[in-house]
Design a protein around this ligand. Structure first.
Ligand SMILES: Cc1cc2nc3c(=O)[nH]c(=O)nc-3n(C[C@H](O)[C@H](O)[C@H](O)COP(=O)(O)OP(=O)(O)OC[C@H]3O[C@@H](n4cnc5c(N)ncnc54)[C@H](O)[C@@H]3O)c2cc1C
Length: 357
């Protein structure tokens, strides 16, 4: 049991999105506690031990090239960044990231609209627009990859007095007479503010009534491949458009520890759907696909493969907005399912916490 623990702010999860907001709240004098049911920090940006390496990213990530996000990471949060020479691959041809990425977001929006997923369509259109107007800006990525990003944000949060509790599952958030109770698998905590995001959330009760939630369920299919003798020039992030199997790939060899041996590659590949193959057959199929689109000279020898498929349960923006509104300022919500769109800039929304009623 955690007993009758209390904090000014109790947040769910430890994704970079949540950490960035938690840092702001902690540095403005609030006692902030983050509860994460996972033993490892990072949420979708987790970078842990896999295939005998440390600091292995479980997904092929891209940071959108928004100036405000880059300034926040580089200048405010002190995350060392480097230019990310990412590009799109369309039917075997390289295209610059900016406008093709905007087209990609627009296509996601169109597909969502066709499926009558209005919230997702709105998010896609907003991302398409923002990406289009940012298309001239450089893409950047943390010098030490997702691990470096999390390390820097985590240290900064702890230095500001923040507390992280791993293995703690938030079962429900209750707001009653302006008082916030966080029901966890280890007891109840009280807070003045609860912080939750699109994929770090718990059912909410406000004054005895359960808040309805719209959840988008999905799956992000990923695998990490360790390959020898496949040739090809070093990659950063490649968005593969129009391929029946491959979606995106990032070469994560430079971030892994110990260093990947010369002639070997460590790649994280996102693919389109369940390929109904065992792990090795999947790894070989993905390596062949990468050779087919000429990102590798040949499939090489597959040394090891690990699936890092991630189920996604995403609250819609509309749900998050409604919960924030109905809670009367007792629940802060970070919208959207993407770091660039979801992060809250500098002093935004840092009004004093209202006292407990
Ligand atoms: C494979 C993959 C690739 C991605 N690629 C990109 C990318 O390229 N660019 C980008 O900007 N974003 C990317 N994202 C999205 C990004 O990682 C986040 O999912 C997004 O920013 C939303 O953050 P979040 O905090 O809501 O959720 P998440 O990052 O999913 O984190 C949720 C965290 O909360 C914890 N949690 C959830 N519910 C509870 C609960 N009730 N109690 C306790 N703990 C709980 C989980 O253990 C997890 O640690 C990717 C996500 C995935 C899964």
């Amino acid at each position: 049991m955690i007993g009758a623990e209390s904090a000014d702010v109790v947040g769910i999860g430890t994704s970079p999105l949540t950490l960035m907001r938690a840092i702001r709240l902690a540095e403005s004098g609030r006692r902030v506690l983050l509860a994460d049911r996972s033993a490892t920090m990072g949420g979708g940006w987790m970078a842990g031990s896999l295939l005998g390496f440390e600091r292995v990213e479980i997904g092929a990530h891209l940071l959108e090239n928004r100036l405000a996000l880059m300034r926040c990471l580089e200048v405010d949060m002190g995350v060392p960044m480097k230019v990310d020479p990412s590009y799109s691959l369309i039917n075997g041809r390289r295209a610059p990231m900016g406008l093709t990425r905007a087209a990609f977001h627009a296509a996601v929006a169109a597909r969502a609209l066709a499926r009558r997923e209005a919230d997702k369509a709105r998010r896609g259109l907003r991302s398409a627009w923002r990406t289009a107007i940012s298309s001239a800006h450089l893409y950047k990525y943390p010098q030490e990859g997702a691990w470096g990003l999390l390390e820097r944000l985590g240290q900064r949060f702890l230095a500001a007095g923040g507390i992280i509790r791993h293995g703690l599952d938030v079962r429900e958030i209750r707001v009653e007479n302006g008082q916030v109770s966080i029901m966890t698998d280890a007891g109840v905590m009280t807070a003045r503010l609860a912080l939750m995001s699109s994929r770090a959330w718990a059912p909410v009760m406000i004054d005895g009534e359960a808040e309805p939630v719209d959840v988008e369920h999905g799956m992000c299919w990923n695998a990490v491949l360790h390959i020898a003798g496949c040739g090809g020039s070093p990659l950063s992030y490649v968005e593969i458009l129009g391929d029946p199997m491959l979606k995106r790939v990032r070469d994560i060899g430079e971030f892994a520890r110990p260093a990947v041996a010369p002639g070997e590659r460590l790649l994280v590949v996102q693919y389109r759907r369940d390929q109904s193959l065992d792990d090795r057959a999947l790894g070989r199929r993905l390596a062949e696909g990468l050779a087919h689109v000429r990102l590798l000279e040949c499939p090489g020898v597959l040394l090891a493969v690990a699936r890092t498929d991630t189920p996604l349960s995403t609250l819609t923006d509309a749900t998050l907005q409604r919960i924030a509104h109905r809670s009367g300022g007792r629940i802060e919500t970070l919208e959207t399912s993407d770091l660039a769109e979801g992060f809250v800039s500098a002093a935004d929304r840092l009004q004093p916490l209202s006292p407990v009623a």
